[in-house]
Design a protein around this ligand. Structure first.
Ligand SMILES: [Zn+2]
Ligand SMILES: [Zn+2]
Length: 315
């Protein structure tokens, strides 16, 4: 099959990559559409030690099993079901997990992928492929609501106007907790403004330490320091950037202001599909380019440009 590979140094298309072979409990999925994410860009910089087929955001058709012939999206964490974390009901923290296109498992920038059947979530007809491909990052946005209470009317701030910040902002808006989004790209802030979400350019932001909740989606090391400038005493900071770096950062304000800092990663795929089906999130304005799988290398280059939001790859 055709697949977009990273060998630890370079990205290339292989037209004769061995087809995915499902293990016990796994099914093959024909990929219809895939999305490029910041994690993919981190991987091809060699930051994550992954080699193999890239990509973890997808919508496709199950080729076997209970959902055979149905359109599906899939949770990316593949778990053992037997370790202490799995037994505790924390499967996304499985000690033995592999992660689609990120860690120990070939990903979605290919004609086929395999996932455990239990990871697949069917997609209703009223959700298009271009919507469904957002399920994984949208699940990550919804995960915040599973970790902290965001009350209607809460004062919220989202730091970052990229792929994830856009989705978090819409999820909060749909819960009557519309944020102010602090970003760097006027075109991306304009998309939010059209949806009725307040925005400010980072250069003009005046943090007042009044936000109940601050979600840090900057993808930049300085994100946590910035979040601390916005959050109120006893407020909560949700960290989404895995590059968050505390080097040289004074953590004393977290103690003095009794701030809660919550790390947040993957979320519920079924809830994400529901959110899309209910029309609570508008994703079309976030798609800035689509490439065929043959041009996946160009798609990754495009996704790295500051003006890109979501770049899609079609096998
Ligand atoms: Zn992603
Ligand atoms: Zn486990």
């Amino acid at each position: 099959m055709k697949a977009c590979l990273f060998d630890g140094r370079t990205v290339r298309i292989d037209t004769a990559y061995p087809d995915a072979a499902p293990a016990q409990g796994e099914v093959r999925v024909r990929v219809q559409l895939a999305g490029v994410c910041r994690t993919d860009l981190e991987i091809i910089k060699g930051y994550m030690g992954f080699t193999g087929v890239l990509g973890h955001e997808f919508v496709g058709t199950a080729l076997e099993g209970r959902l055979e012939g149905r359109r599906v999206v899939g949770g990316i964490n593949c778990v053992c079901g037997a370790c202490d974390m799995c037994r505790r009901g924390l499967p996304t923290h499985c000690r033995n997990r592999t992660t689609l296109g990120i860690d120990g498992r070939d990903g979605a920038f290919a004609e086929h992928l395999t996932l455990p059947e239990a990871n697949l979530v069917p997609v209703p007809d009223r959700v298009s492929d271009r919507q469904a491909v957002f399920a994984e990052p949208l699940a990550a946005a919804l995960q915040i609501l599973r970790q902290i209470a965001v009350e209607p009317g809460a004062e919220t701030v989202v730091l970052g106007d990229g792929r994830l910040g856009q989705l978090v902002a819409q999820v909060f808006q749909a819960r009557d907790a519309a944020p102010m989004v602090v970003g760097m790209a006027p075109a991306k802030l304009a998309i939010l403004a059209r949806l009725g979400i307040a925005t400010v350019h980072a250069a003009n932001a005046k943090p007042t330490k009044t936000a109940d909740v601050v979600v840090e989606c900057t993808g930049a090391a300085a994100g946590l320091a910035m979040a601390m400038a916005f959050v109120r005493p006893r407020g909560r900071i949700v960290l989404k950037s895995t590059v968050a770096d505390t080097a040289g950062l004074n953590l004393a304000p977290i103690v003095v202001d009794e701030v809660t800092v919550v790390g947040s990663r993957c979320g519920p795929m079924d809830a994400a599909v529901e959110e899309l089906a209910a029309g609570r999130v508008e994703v079309e304005p976030l798609i800035t380019a689509e490439y065929p799988l043959d041009e996946a290398v160009a798609a990754l280059q495009e996704a790295a440009k500051p003006e890109a939001i979501k770049v899609l790859i079609r096998p």
